[in-house]
Design a protein around this ligand. Structure first.
Ligand code: GLN
Ligand code: ZN
Length: 762
């Protein structure tokens, strides 16, 4: 029985790669210094995996920015607009080209946009989307994969296993940049290059190659299925005896099981953490020579593996296949988990004993092999940790469980229908047509961040910190009034992050010191960890919202983060279903909504920025998710009187296929990101005849550019063509915390002017 790993985090235990990359971009270190840091990280990673006793160890899983971008460079899929970067020459022009594709290029009189970036399947990792043209050609254009294999081999010998995204997923995860062709048809041109790459790796001594084909676990058309067959038949015929491992993850194979198990490859990897139930069918259909890599250690979470559970799956596999054909592995690349629990010295030792980061997960894979071979000592030790978590009173709060169990339909139901509420809001707030507002946060300047840093270091007292935040809040209120905005916000100056701020105040959350995970390029996130039943020991936002409201006669919008977004941007429990955790958060936020209402706040916004990104990859699983996600929101929103106006906000809002669920949230007002789509995204709302009020963002907050009055007025006019003017609000696309004050003020001034213009015309 073999063990393997599919990929390892490459940012370094102390985010060395992040720091070095940013220094390189700032011109503070040279390319050789950057490459040295990278080489050290790779070597450390290989040694760590070797020490852990892993049999097949990935190489080429390292990347300076993103592995899909690396694949594009390897395969020569470099968009034409970057040619001038190479032509500009210079000793580091290849590296310039690479980072130009990732981050854009503004140098030597050139101004070239970056390639698009999007979420890697249902993770929070972002990849650079490959771009294809009708006449797309592919050819080996970069030596990295070969060089990396060579250095891996010098340390790992036969254990070194090159990793590359598979040809079908590479195409499917990309985008056509011209009309008149389908990218999947490029497979015939692409496969010969893969064959050449594999041939060269084989020549260099590689025994295995891992081709990641996550799309094999998605809904596929007939043509896409045929592309898999065609590609792998051609590779099998020409691979010269290299063992190809096809890796799937994040979903079950379902209707693609036949296709997957019959691909002419040496081994197939399946994710048994996300979808343990698929093992039965895979084992039933597996042909006699295929090896099966079973992902039994969660690559996307922070919890210690339950050996007994994993052992069941391992034994079931061995029973059918024999030990020779079973490979034990993490569920997916460990890229998605933090690196080393040993660095978390400040964590409570009991809670820590329930956890495992990437390095510990490698040990789990190796130990599971021993457990499967009969090592009972390891099994018993693991059982003890798992049991302690199962019965710990830090995790389990009967009062919270009881409250969730007692949720009724009425808890997700506002007292009256929207039309009744709307009338009450009109009488209460007396807002003009096209009321103006913002999404919540104002610029988090260095000054504000510094306040928080000083408070943490003890250089400021709580009183001093509060006074400074109060001052920032008052200033923001004054100029919102001067500007003539209709519904004000307090600015969120007291918040570090829209999830962390709540996690820090709720019971059931913990925070790590070093639990960083790559989000994109050099950007890393440190998600909170939900470890126990969630409750709200005291008010979380009332103090600041009430203070802000007392400074103005205009309506002050209270600002909260919704349950699905808190869930989505945290590491979640694996000992209870997501919907239960979501309901626990929903009840806590509901209590906060009610507390705000009691404090006299008439308008409350519950942000659900991440509801769309939580959508399951497979269509078949979506209605279940949407059912509980929408209901969790409704629970948070329905504790209040009709006269209270509930807002929600969502980022990038492609809602065509789920619009009825967005409507079912029944928020009195929804604000969404639409400006970059030129209001196109509003069409879904128009077709559906979306009944409630809506604020389509009239300007893009992602860039410092100040939009003109006419530009926003014309977007508003477009919106008014699609939806009743009486339902429309005027606001930016999202919060303004990443912006600077000058552009924020100028843009909002123009926005208010655009709304005034629209009023006189209607
Ligand atoms: N209220 C939050 C803010 O303005 C919303 C941010 C978001 O949707 N990502 O920052
Ligand atoms: Zn947003």
């Amino acid at each position: 029985m073999l063990t393997q790993n599919l990929g390892y985090p490459r940012i370094g235990g102390h985010r060395e790669l992040k720091k070095a990359s940013e220094q390189y971009w700032a011109g503070k270190i040279d390319l050789n210094q950057l490459k040295e840091v990278a080489a050290r990280i790779r070597e450390d990673n290989w040694k760590t995996q070797l020490d852990a006793g892993i049999d097949l160890i990935p190489c080429n899983d390292f990347s300076f920015y993103d592995q899909t971008l690396d694949a594009s460079v390897l395969l020569g899929a470099i968009p034409g607009r970057y040619s001038p970067v190479l032509a500009a020459g210079g000793t580091d022009s290849e590296t310039d080209l690479y980072f130009a594709m990732a981050r854009g290029y503004q140098k030597n009189g050139l101004d070239i946009t970056a390639m698009e970036m999007t979420k890697w399947l249902d993770t929070n990792y972002h990849y650079i989307v490959p771009e294809f043209t009708a006449g797309q050609e592919f050819n080996i254009s970069n030596e990295n994969i070969f060089n990396e294999y060579k250095s891996a081999k010098s340390i790992l010998g036969k254990k070194a296993k090159p990793v590359l995204i598979g040809p079908v997923s590479y195409l499917l995860l990309g985008k056509e940049k011209e009309q008149g062709f389908e990218r999947i048809d490029l497979i015939k041109k692409l496969v010969p290059v893969y064959i050449e790459i594999i041939g060269r790796l084989k020549e260099l001594g590689a025994e295995w190659i891992q081709l990641d084909e996550p799309c094999l676990a998605l809904d596929l058309s007939k043509k896409e299925k045929e592309a898999f067959e065609l590609a792998y038949r051609a590779i099998a015929a020409n691979a010269g005896g290299i063992k190809v491992l096809v890796a799937t993850y994040f979903e079950a194979l379902l209707d693609n099981t036949q296709l997957a198990v019959n691909l002419p490859v040496a081994a197939l990897h399946i994710d048994l953490v996300r979808a343990p139930e698929q093992l039965d069918e895979v084992l039933a259909l597996i042909p006699p020579d295929l090896q099966l890599s079973i992902g039994v250690v969660d690559g996307r979470n922070v919890w210690k593996n339950d050996y007994e559970k994993a052992l069941g799956l391992i034994n079931q596999s061995i029973h059918k296949l024999g030990t020779d054909r079973v490979i034990i592995a993490p569920s997916c690349s460990l890229l998605h988990s933090p690196i080393d629990l040993e660095l978390e010295t400040a964590l409570d030792p009991e809670v820590r004993s329930w956890m495992a980061f990437a390095k510990q997960k490698l040990n789990e894979v190796a130990e599971l092999k021993q457990v499967a071979e009969g090592n009972d000592v390891l099994l018993q030790a693991n059982k003890k940790a798992i049991e302690s978590r199962h019965s710990s009173q830090r995790v389990h709060k009967q009062s919270v469980k009881g409250r969730v169990a007692a949720i009724t339909e009425a808890d997700g139901q506002r007292k009256s229908a929207f039309a009744v509420r709307q009338q009450l809001h009109r009488e209460r707030f007396e807002l003009p047509l096209f009321p103006t507002t913002t999404i919540g946060s104002f610029p988090q300047t260095d000054d504000i961040r510094e306040l928080r840093a000083k408070l943490k270091k003890g250089e400021l007292t709580v009183e001093q910190y509060d006074a400074a935040i109060e001052q920032a809040t008052v200033e923001a209120i004054r100029w919102q009034e001067d500007l003539g905005l209709d519904v004000l916000v307090h600015g969120e100056f007291e918040r570090n992050d829209m999830v962390e701020y709540f996690g820090e105040q709720l019971d059931g959350f913990l925070f790590t010191k070093n639990g960083w995970v790559q989000s994109y390029g050099s950007r890393c996130v440190k998600p909170p960890v939900i470890y126990g039943d969630i409750s709200r020991p005291k008010n979380m936002t009332v103090r600041w919202t009430r203070f802000a409201a007392s400074q103005t006669n205009k309506p002050m919008k209270g600002m909260l983060t919704g349950p699905v977004t808190i869930l989505q941007w945290s590491f979640v429990r694996d000992d209870q279903p997501r919907d239960i955790t979501a309901n626990q958060i929903a009840l806590a936020i509901r209590d906060e909504v009610v507390a705000l209402e009691r404090a006299g706040i008439g308008i409350i916004q519950i942000d659900e920025a991440a509801i769309r990104e939580g959508l399951p990859l497979r269509k078949a699983n979506r209605s279940f998710y949407l059912g509980w996600a929408v209901n969790a929101f409704r629970i948070t929103a329905s504790g209040v009187e009709d006269r209270t106006q509930i807002h929600t906000h969502m980022c990038y809002s492609e809602f065509n296929d789920i619009i009825e669920h967005i409507a079912a949230m029944d928020a009195d007002v929804i604000t969404i990101e639409t400006s970059r789509s030129q209001m196109e995204l509003l069409q879904a709302f128009a077709h559906f005849e979306y009944p409630n009020e809506i604020g389509p963002g009239v300007y893009d907050i992602h860039s410092p550019r100040v939009p003109g009055i006419d530009e926003m007025a014309s977007l508003l006019a477009k919106a008014a063509d699609l939806l009743p003017a009486q339902h429309l609000w005027v606001n930016p696309d999202c919060g303004l915390k990443t912006r600077k004050w000058p552009e924020t003020k100028a843009a909002l001034e123009n926005m208010v002017a655009a709304a005034r213009q629209a009023r006189t015309k209607t």
